[in-house]
Ligand binder design. Structure first.
Ligand code: PEP
Ligand code: MN
Length: 364
């Protein structure tokens, strides 16, 4: 897939993009006050929702087309490009006509390939940058699919926004971060910038600073943070918005990890650790091979004795004892479970294959 680096979009965006602005555009005065408050911050792109996808009807659904013109106010005050969310053809047409610099596709839209395709058709022939939020459910394929559709109509200026995933059992976050998802996306789409949206992950402003730092620690490429001069009275997402001053404090306290290029002396020190890790990995592989050798012998025995490959009681014992031992040594239960499942699945597959093998003596 062809992806133009965010720094080459011609909009002055850096490798650590900061996107800020209100959840929704409410009035020209609101946009002006917020933009003035953001002076002196590191903002590189101003956001404001104009059409708001509300989960239930009755809440504020955005001002609509009229608010598009207000974005100019922020552009003039801050001298940065502006971005809005689009969800259908009429939004794309209006946003393009109004000269919006970047579009984003919201989580409730990414989830629906029909809507994404409709947006793509409206974008055909343009080269406006598009940022795609993750779908509300943790489905990497849907997220990837949206990028592929956009790429097919010629949009190469692409970025991703990680805003967390809906989970009814989640208590701490509004949307569970599932950090492995954005990291996996970065592996699948080399060159893409993945920007974290801590506002929609957190749902409450108190934990935005710590989630922002985690995003940086995981190597994500920027932050999109909802910012309002009077967050408690915002017309949407009041609990999660922060003031421009709070944003500045959060950004000043972020600790950006240095890359190896900036730290050449670290390479040889890291190499020493890595050699040790390589050795341990080699030992793990040797032991794993020994284990599968024994599994093979057990397989032969089960075959001779006509015993079932899967023995549930033994499996329960193995799981319980190994998980307990692993947790005692500092590994998480989740990690132990997935490790044991992977080993067990491979063992069962190998023994099943043995059962199907024709004994050498009966081969003609
Ligand atoms: C938003 O950014 O205001 C928004 C509606 O977000 P999401 O699509 O992540 O829910
Ligand atoms: Mn919002």
């Amino acid at each position: 897939m062809e992806i133009t680096d965010i720094q080459d979009w011609g909009l002055g965006l850096s490798e650590h993009v900061l996107i800020a602005g209100p959840c929704s555009a409410e009035s020209p005065e609101q946009i002006e006050t917020i933009a003035k408050g953001l002076r002196g911050s590191n903002i590189e792109l101003f956001r404001a929702g104009v059409w708001k996808p509300r989960t239930r009807p009755g809440s504020f659904e955005g001002i609509g087309n009229d608010a598009l013109g207000w974005l100019e106010i922020a552009r003039d005050i801050l001298n940065v490009p502006v971005t809005v969310e689009v969800a259908k053809t009429s939004h794309v047409e209006a946003a393009l006509k109004a000269g919006v610099d970047v579009l984003w596709i919201g989580a409730r839209t990414t989830v629906n390939p029909f809507s994404v395709q409709e947006i793509c058709e409206a974008l055909r022939g343009t080269d406006i940058p598009v940022m795609v939020k993750n779908p509300i459910n943790p489905d990497l394929q849907l997220w990837l699919g949206a990028f592929e559709r956009l790429n097919k109509v010629g949009i190469n200026k692409l970025a991703a926004i990680h805003r967390g995933f809906s989970d009814p059992y989640e208590k701490r976050y509004r949307n569970k971060p599932e950090w492995s998802m954005p990291i996996h996306l970065k592996r699948m789409l080399p060159g893409i910038s993945v920007i974290c949206d801590p506002s929609h992950i957190c749902g409450t402003r108190e934990i935005i600073a710590s989630v922002s730092q985690r995003a940086i620690n995981f190597g994500l490429d920027g932050l999109m943070i909802e910012t309002h001069h009077d967050p408690d009275n915002a017309w949407s997402d009041a609990k999660q918005q922060i003031t421009p001053d709070m944003l500045k404090i959060i950004c000043e306290n972020l600790n950006f990890r240095e890359t190896l290029e900036e730290h050449p002396e670290a390479i040889s020190e890291l190499d020493a650790f890595r050699q040790k890790v390589d050795l341990v990995d080699a030992q793990i592989l040797e032991l794993m091979a020994d284990r599968f050798q024994i599994i093979k012998q057990i397989g032969e025995y089960k075959k001779e004795q006509n015993l079932a490959v899967f023995q549930p009681n033994r499996w329960q014992d193995v799981m319980q004892s190994r998980i307990k031992a692993g947790v005692k040594k500092g590994m998480t239960e989740k990690f132990m479970k997935s490790l044991l499942f992977a080993i067990h699945e491979e063992s069962v597959k190998k023994q099943e294959a043995q059962l199907k093998e024709v004994p050498t003596s009966s081969k003609v």
